[in-house]
Design a protein around this ligand. Sequence first.
Ligand code: SAM
Ligand code: SF4
Length: 333
Amino acid sequence: MKDSHGRTIDYLRISLTDRCNFRCIYCMPEGGVSQLRHEDILRIEEIEELVRIAAGIGIKSIRLTGGEPLVRKGVVDLVDAITKIPGIENVSMTTNGVLLPRMVDDLKAAGLSRVNISLDTLDADQFRMVTRCGNLDDALAGIEAALAAGLNPVKINAVVVRSLSQDFLEYAKLSVDRPLHVRFIEYMPVGESSGADGCGWGKDDVIPSEELHALINERARAQGLPELVDAGSGRPLGWGPARYFQFPGAQGTVGFISPLSRHFCGECNRLRLTADGKIRPCLFSDTEYDVRTALREGGEDAVRAVLFEALGAKPDDHHDKVGTERGMSQIGG
Ligand code: SAM
Ligand code: SF4
């Protein structure tokens, strides 16, 4: 399936819920977002049906996200159902990880292939501050559970924020002794939570990936350690928009995702589905296409028509417009 700019679109990110067991300060207001009504959220069977139709027109990879996908009732059954759909080659998930210890074996058995776990810092106090209610040990237990279950690759994502002063070298070193793929993501000042009611961070808090890469190398040199080298063929499956490096001899890699400093729009391969059944052609555009009504009232042809309409509306680039009306917890990141 090609869009009007010639890009192959074969990846669908599905937000299963706008609810979450954390309240990360860059993602959600403290009191949570005004929650969607139960009847407005796509039912598990509706998501399944949508994936079946999307697979028929060329979608091959699915990522489940949220809010927190693991708080959505029926998530294991959904993974089980969509991994069996002809044409779907892999189903992955982005999660804060805290529910993984009790769910990962079932998810693996259902066919989940890989997982991205969001973890911004290794400092327990900072972790609680960022998540507002999270416990670092619970998140670390999620990473251990994912490795023990044999999910591969296990990627851990840190949103990089200048005012947080995270210890980037310590974090990058998580990739040395374990097959962990650390990724640093530029903070995106989007949605309500970046404003006065949220974390209050803005564009000055973005650390461009090149600057961060140089900083990690500088700190490594200061500790007498080798610098990062290109990961080459060592980069993990599903490498997407990240650029990967590696400490020589390390089991894992260090990736940089730069939505702001290095637009990867030319390589964009995705559509997004919100929990309330809207297709978003671009993370940074508020134009959405209502596939819920098509699913509930139209049938297969109507759903396909909405998917093609959204595909045709994919912009060539976000042109530095990174604000959105909805927060990340509603779009799925
Ligand atoms: N709850 C899950 C989690 O945290 O992994 C999935 C949903 S979360 C919205 C998906 C990703 O978006 C996470 O990696 C999170 O760190 C990232 N994210 C949320 N707000 C962000 C922001 N303002 N800038 C950059 N990344 C953000
Ligand atoms: Fe929840 Fe993920 Fe948003 Fe944090 S980033 S509040 S874990 S949805």
